[in-house]
Design a protein around this ligand. Structure first.
Ligand SMILES: [Zn+2]
Length: 427
């Protein structure tokens, strides 16, 4: 196996350092290499641990016209990720050991990024009956994260049972917090703007009410709750209180909720239609502050590929969701690092260490030091580029950033010492 020498990389943005990768392991001193050493000049590049996404939609099985495990993990590698959690809302739903093992195997065969399937909480995501959580946990896929994402587990008894059940194997329930009755037919953030545009509103309270209930339930049964895609200032305050009470609650924010606001809906372009919806500038501000102070633990992409026909139609008929894997690090640089809200070391915590801890993924999210798994991303923060949807390696093209200028570029990604991306291209 080739030894790679990374020369002059700024680990977590620190002083330029040389390090080596051999047999899938990092070494800070030169290893005895019988065969050749491949040198990569990393002058000016920031080295981060391989990113871990707790919230990705890979669409396979069932919607291979939108994305496959292979193309989705290629997009992940292009974004600097070495591990992704694949959401359960596939066709069939990932609610049995058989389906989660299939997704897990497809990830291993592709070799671009480790895939950790998320198991459904309820059978068919229907919200009536708990799925086989234990069988999925015991399967080869070793599922630890359970979610009905796309749907909310709104039945309080089912949510309580799920929280109790996952304690047996140190699992976590990741909730898509959306009170269904308050959001019937909802199209965009509820506010003055939704009234003016004539689009049905998705009120902040529909998210906040579920988060508050779930925090109380998690505390009551002593289990772990993870809140998906937090989008409102009010949600942040509830999570802040839960953490101050010592409850096991973690939360994620999506890059698009850090950067984009509901004003974009004035275009009526469904590229900006997402669930939960883009909120106000005040919400965006609160989310950035919460990610900076640790109230929100992680960034997760909610990468949601859709084929053209599901997006190229009128707003009300269009699917919810946007691409996110390839642009996540650039959006975090733009919204958090460049304004001085996060250091690169804190980015590593929020995009690698913490998501790996929440998902109980031991082989990822490790500091870049002697003996660590060689999961590494080399990133150039000094460049700026205009996003071109045609450049995406995803099967879908629904990026909301097309035509926008964003900072940074992933130069290389290594999964266990093997390059998945080199010179900004798939290896
Ligand atoms: Zn969701």
């Amino acid at each position: 196996m080739t030894t790679h020498l990374i020369q002059g990389a700024a680990i977590l943005g620190g002083e330029p350092t040389d390090f080596w990768m051999r047999d899938g392991v990092l070494s800070m001193s030169e290893p005895d290499a019988a065969d050749g050493v491949e040198m990569i000049d990393a002058t000016g590049l920031v080295a981060l641990p391989g990113l871990v996404d707790l919230h990705t939609h890979l669409r396979e099985p069932g919607r291979e016209d939108a994305e496959t495990v292979l193309t989705g993990t290629q997009a992940a590698a292009m974004g600097g990720f070495t591990a992704v959690h694949a959401m359960a809302n596939t066709e069939p739903v990932a609610d049995t050991a058989g389906v989660v093992e299939q997704v897990w195997r497809l990830g291993r065969e592709g070799g671009y990024c480790d895939v950790y399937p998320v198991g459904a909480v309820t059978v068919g995501l229907a919200g009536h009956q708990l799925a086989e959580l234990g069988a999925m946990a015991d399967s080869a896929a070793r599922v630890r994260v359970f979610s009905d994402d796309g749907h909310c587990v709104d039945d309080a008894v089912l949510m309580r049972r799920a929280l109790e059940y996952v304690k047996a194997f140190d699992g976590v329930v990741a909730q898509h917090a959306q009170e269904p009755r308050l959001t019937e037919g909802a199209q965009m953030n509820e506010g003055e703007l939704s009234g003016r545009l004539g689009l049905a509103g998705w009120p902040a309270v529909a998210e906040e009410a579920v988060i508050a209930r779930d925090c109380l339930l998690a505390a009551h049964v002593g289990s772990r709750l993870h809140v998906c895609h937090v989008s409102t200032a009010g949600s942040v305050e509830i999570i802040r209180q839960a953490k101050a009470s010592g409850w096991s609650v973690t939360a994620e924010v999506c890059p698009h909720h850090l950067l984009l606001t509901d004003e974009l809906a004035t275009s009526y372009d469904p590229i900006y239609k997402v669930n939960p919806p883009l909120r106000t500038a005040a919400d965006t501000e609160a989310l950035r502050a919460a990610l900076a102070d640790g109230t929100i633990d992680i960034v997760a992409t909610d990468h949601a590929p859709h084929p053209l026909e599901d997006k190229d139609c009128e707003w009300a008929a269009a699917a919810f969701g946007m691409l996110g894997l390839e642009t996540a690090l650039s959006v975090v640089q733009e919204t958090m690092v460049d304004p001085g809200l996060l250091t690169w070391a804190q980015v590593a915590e929020r995009m690698s260490y913490a998501p790996a801890r929440i998902g109980r993924v031991g082989d990822h999210g490790q500091p870049l030091e002697d003996g660590a798994p060689a999961n590494v991303v080399l990133y150039d923060p000094s460049v700026r580029r205009v996003v071109d949807a045609a450049d995406s390696v995803s099967l879908s093209r629904n990026t909301p950033y097309a035509g926008m200028e964003l900072p940074g570029r992933v130069v290389a990604t290594f999964l266990r010492g093997k390059p998945t991306v080199l010179d900004g291209k798939l290896a």
